[in-house]
Design a protein around this ligand. Structure first.
Ligand SMILES: *[C@@H]1O[C@H](CO)[C@@H](O)[C@H](O)[C@H]1NC(C)=O
Ligand SMILES: *[C@@H]1O[C@H](CO)[C@@H](O)[C@H](O)[C@H]1NC(C)=O
Ligand SMILES: *[C@@H]1O[C@H](CO)[C@@H](O)[C@H](O)[C@H]1NC(C)=O
Ligand SMILES: *[C@@H]1O[C@H](CO)[C@@H](O)[C@H](O)[C@H]1NC(C)=O
Ligand SMILES: *[C@@H]1O[C@H](CO)[C@@H](O)[C@H](O)[C@H]1NC(C)=O
Ligand SMILES: *[C@@H]1O[C@H](CO)[C@@H](O)[C@H](O)[C@H]1NC(C)=O
Length: 590
């Protein structure tokens, strides 16, 4: 509550002090800039950052590493729309990579081309630049119908050439697409990034530059796009630049306990996967090495960006943020290379922030998510927060991170609809079409859990303190939980109803409720975290009163309410009052 009042106070102060100034032309001296490097499918768990010396020197050693940073939907397009809107996928309804449920056409039809980060930044007086992949199914055919709004200048990578490392197509401003056949995509992209940076510096206005390479995504030969009736996608390992082809010959996917395990693990279709044979494992190691090699050109580009920021005297006044749309698995739980799952490999992604008064060379475990990035950019740039943000600004200064009043969220809302693709050369099971699930990742003092409900109503619960590789589902085959396992001394059968009620709130939350979901369950504010909720005085509340459970009616590929089961009733507080207005809890309004 105290933090909320401080926030409201801060927002209203900002609104009165900044807005008049923003009407006039902004002084580049005082307003900071942001450079956002957004890679595609980069893991934290397979060690990719260890192979990037420039990222280590310029970012990890000189900034803050958010080790517990998560995406909320582990696939490109939904995750990127969440990044650019600050909303969870259930609030964007861009839930897939292809139409009808996702891709650039769905982004447009949902009205976000008038209502997303670059547009808001322009309104606040910033110049905005973008180079690289924006969304899936943003193609050589639909790039101009309409053009993406909100950019001072841009160079977009377009489908069907987005993941063709040696035959990319870029499209600049209002020009026609141009092919770079035979050139190495990340090197082309790096030159464009440098040019945009120089353009931004010349304009003498504060700016936001996004650099979004396709690496280390797998190489895709696409015959047609998701717009065509029968697109043909040929997946293969990423292709490194010639100068990096020989590197890391000895590197293999880390052989953790979840790597191609002898006993099947996971739930639903994952549990049915065959163990990979030697040929398959060797190919996947090759795939892994090529990811590391493909990241070398990204690493060099990061160095190039820093030397230019320094040369242009912009470094002291620029935040550099490094992240990825989603994570990646190779071989864990017998999975072929890919993403789309709720395992740590897929949802825990890199986030490094460096800039004015950001702590240097530190790692923090505070829980942050992709819904927090748009609010974070707003706060760094001094723009009043929007009430439709489903996240909150990430603390960056020592004071913010250590503030005794800081009550960060401890949960991540994880959601997914549709299919999971295997991206190597080996087959994947078509049952992956039922890859629809909802989950919570929750990390607090004394607990570290992942709880999920699948569209076939199978459940998963992992205790990552005792089982960091998520090999032991605490739900058994017959959907019973083990009573011998304890969290904070409390048996799992008492923990699960709390987690389920929390998930019921999160699966349809809006705005502040997504940040403070316990308040929807306990409007009096007495419960603010799982530990509070575990108090035995709430046993009856969670076991009897909150009898509505997260249940799916069927497996479907999109966010179709008919399939989503019962919903949390936000419209009640016991006295007939409407608790929620525009995502704010009723009692926070008054
Ligand atoms: C970063 O911190 C580590 C210890 O946490 C220290 O060993 C290292 O020298 C520091 N690096 C820099 C560049 O300050
Ligand atoms: C490269 O892309 C262009 C279109 O941008 C296409 O015409 C050409 O056939 C492609 N080349 C190869 C080898 O796929
Ligand atoms: C690509 O598409 C064309 C035209 O639709 C078709 O003739 C050709 O066989 C396709 N190639 C592959 C490799 O699928
Ligand atoms: C190994 O597994 C792959 C994928 O299932 C299969 O295509 C291949 O034939 C297998 N190779 C051997 C030697 O068993
Ligand atoms: C996917 O789920 C649907 C509906 O719940 C079911 O009818 C279908 O058999 C499932 N498909 C597979 C491949 O498991
Ligand atoms: C999401 O979009 C799909 C496809 O356009 C639509 O059928 C569905 O009703 C939408 N879901 C919600 C909750 O609005």
């Amino acid at each position: 509550m105290r933090a909320l009042i401080r926030l409201l106070l801060w927002v209203s102060l900002r609104a009165t002090t900044w807005f008049p100034a923003q009407q006039q032309s902004l002084s580049a001296r005082h307003k900071p800039n942001i450079v956002f490097v957004l890679t595609d499918d980069q893991d934290t768990h397979l060690g990719s950052l260890d192979y990037m010396p420039h990222v280590q020197r310029h970012l990890l050693n000189s900034g803050t590493y958010y080790r517990s940073h998560y995406c909320t939907t582990s696939v490109c397009c939904p995750s990127r729309v969440t990044l650019w809107t600050g909303r969870l996928a259930h609030n964007t309804n861009v839930t897939d990579v292809n139409p009808p449920y996702g891709g650039y056409p769905k982004f447009i039809s949902q009205g976000f081309n008038e209502n997303y980060l670059p547009v808001w930044l322009r309104e606040a007086g910033y110049n905005t630049y973008y180079v690289g992949k924006l969304f899936n199914v943003h193609t050589v055919d639909n790039y101009n119908s309409p053009f993406p709004n909100g950019f001072t200048s841009h160079e977009f990578l377009l489908d069907p050439y987005t993941y063709d490392y040696l035959n990319s197509t870029f499209q600049r401003n209002y020009e026609a697409p141009r092919s770079y056949e035979g050139e190495y995509v990340t090197d082309v992209l790096a030159q464009k990034a440098y040019t945009l940076l120089e353009e931004a510096a010349e304009a003498q206005k504060p700016f936001f530059l996004t650099v979004a390479p396709s690496a280390p995504h797998c190489n895709v030969f696409m015959n047609g796009t998701g717009l065509d009736e029968h697109p043909f996608f040929d997946f293969g390992a990423p292709i490194p630049a010639k100068r990096h082809q020989q590197l890391f010959d000895d590197a293999n996917v880390p052989r953790t306990p979840s790597f191609n395990p002898e006993i099947p693990s996971g739930a639903n279709w994952i549990k049915t996967l065959r163990r990979q044979n030697q040929t398959n494992v060797e190919y996947n190691d090759h795939f892994y090495r090529n990811r590391l090699r493909a990241l070398q050109a990204v690493d060099e580009m990061v160095d190039g960006i820093f030397s230019r920021l320094e040369g242009l005297s912009l470094l002291d006044n620029t935040y550099v943020v490094y992240s990825s749309d989603n994570g990646y698995h190779i071989g864990q739980h017998r999975l072929q290379p890919g993403k789309s799952c709720g395992f740590e490999e897929d949802i825990n992604v890199p986030l490094i922030i460096r800039g004015p008064s950001v702590r240097e060379n530190v790692t923090t475990d505070i829980v942050t998510t992709h819904t927090d990035l748009a609010p974070t950019f707003f706060r760094l740039l001094g723009i009043p927060l929007r009430s439709d943000f489903d996240g909150e600004p990430i603390p960056v200064t020592r004071e913010q991170i250590e503030s005794p009043y800081l009550k960060r969220q401890e949960h991540v809302t994880v959601e997914y609809w549709g299919f999971a693709a295997g991206e190597g050369i080996y087959d994947f099971d078509l049952s992956a079409y039922n890859n629809t699930y909802k989950a919570i990742r929750i990390k607090g003092a004394g607990y570290n859990l992942y709880y999920s409900v699948w569209c076939n109503n199978e459940h998963e619960l992992y205790d990552l303190d005792t089982d960091p590789h998520q090999m032991t589902n605490l739900f058994s085959e017959n959907e019973k939980v083990s009573s011998s396992h304890h969290i904070l001394g409390i048996g799992i059968p008492k923990v699960v109803p709390r987690l389920d009620s929390l998930l019921l709130v999160l699966k349809s939350c809006k705005g502040k409720v997504c940040v403070s979901p316990w308040k929807a369950l306990h409007p009096n504010g007495a419960v603010n975290c799982l530990k509070d909720a575990l108090n035995e005085v709430y046993d009856h509340f969670y076991e009897v009163e909150q009898s509505t459970r997260v249940v799916f009616d069927e497996c479907v590929r999109g966010y179709l309410l008919d399939a989503e089961g019962p919903q949390f009733d936000f419209d009640r507080d016991g006295q007939g009052n409407n608790l929620i207005r525009d995502g704010l809890l009723w009692h926070e309004w008054v």
